[in-house]
Design a protein around this ligand. Structure first.
Ligand SMILES: [Mg+2]
Length: 366
């Protein structure tokens, strides 16, 4: 089977998360969820969909697909995904082993798994060795930045009412964490993700002050995210479990963070580190070393669905990360909408989802 066409779509979809829109760099407000989807067509008449990390670098990821990856991949045989992806990783290595070029390859890889599943009539979780027992994955509500304790209390109440039984904050103050703990009660697992904010001294001090709030983990407290030595040191100073991994660009990075004993929870992301092929290896590596693995998946497209298939096939159990917001349009329809705090694992071949191309056309940028 040969690849006959590749098209990238930069999507920007308005959302509502039950609070004022979060601020983002340069004083602006974040008003849309942005991502890059990729459609791959083959000479067998099968089409696959993938997703690439975009966020602030959507235009660059989009460009990488259209101008670099697509010309290299069109016409290639895709029956052996591992062999094709290995060759493409080698060809673009001078463009970096992390970043938009790898994000672009990640989406292509997911689309190829979708196609492979459709070709053999099996869902991806079965191809990964799942016995099919996990049909529903509990999700934690990953909250966008809310800034004030009032907003935190309000949205924590909203997510409990919708059936979520675990919550992650993206806040940076003790007041916000205290407000969440108060609103959620003592029994709901609460995580805190600071998105690489503090230096080591500040992280040590904040971890000490956060101890009373019984965090299930503290995620990416440090900048830069690849200072594994500092992260490992922080880990020796606190009993709060330390999580990181969404910024790892490849399997060797995962090995490095594990070798450094820098994390209790590792979070490789299929749309950032090479798709299902590489992320599945990372999850296997973490599990073999007894480290809790939690795929990073705050997405609404094929990236989220890829994570669900992997979680359902993992030996360890873990929650799915779900970015808590209602989109104005849903590219995958019901497939990416949790019910009572859980997401269904699609049972159809490949990703097992229907992609609504009308929604993609409506929210496509440019
Ligand atoms: Mg995070």
């Amino acid at each position: 089977m040969k690849i006959t066409g590749i098209e990238a779509f930069h999507l920007a979809i308005p959302f509502d998360h039950g609070a004022p829109k979060p601020s983002q760099g340069a004083g602006g407000m974040r008003t849309t969820m942005d991502s890059v989807y990729i459609r791959v067509d083959t000479d067998a008449g099968l089409t696959g969909w993938g997703e690439c990390f975009g966020f602030a670098c959507c235009p660059v990821t989009h460009f990488a697909i259209q101008r670099v990856i697509a010309p290299m991949a069109i016409g290639r045989d895709c029956d052996d995904i591992g062999a094709l992806m290995f060759d493409l990783h080698r060809r673009v290595q001078s463009g970096g082993r992390n970043g938009p070029m790898i994000f672009a390859l990640s989406g292509l890889d997911i689309a190829l798994w979708d196609i492979a599943g459709k070709a053999c009539g099996k869902p991806i979780h079965t191809m990964l060795g799942s016995n099919g027992a996990r049909k529903s994955i509990p999700a934690y509500a990953s909250l966008l930045r809310l800034d004030t304790p009032q907003n935190v209390r309000k949205v924590c109440g909203d997510v409990l009412a919708r059936g979520y039984r675990a919550v992650k904050l993206h806040e940076r103050t003790l007041e916000a964490v205290a407000a969440a703990r108060e609103a959620l009660g003592d029994d709901i697992p609460l995580m805190l993700d600071t998105n690489c904010t503090w230096d080591l001294n500040m992280s040590v001090s904040m971890a000490r002050d956060l101890t009373p709030y019984n965090l299930a983990w503290l995620e990416e407290p440090l900048f830069p995210p690849d200072d594994y030595k500092a992260l490992a040191h922080l880990r020796t100073t606190t009993r709060i479990p330390i999580a990181a991994g969404e910024n790892l660009g490849n399997l060797l990075d995962v090995e490095r963070i594990l070798d450094a004993q820098a994390v209790d929870v590792v979070q490789p992301d299929p749309i950032k580190m090479g798709g299902i092929t590489e992320c599945w290896k990372a999850l296997q590596m973490a599990q073999a070393r007894g480290v809790q693995a939690e795929p990073h998946s705050p997405w609404y497209g094929p990236g989220l669905i890829a994570a669900l298939h992997m979680i359902s096939a993992m030996e360890q159990t873990c929650l799915a990360e779900y970015y808590y917001a209602d989109l104005e349009g849903w590219p995958l329809g019901e497939a990416s909408i949790p019910r009572n705090g859980a997401l269904s694992v699609p049972q159809g071949p490949g990703l097992g989802v229907e992609v609504h191309e009308d929604v993609i056309a409506k929210y496509r940028v440019g």
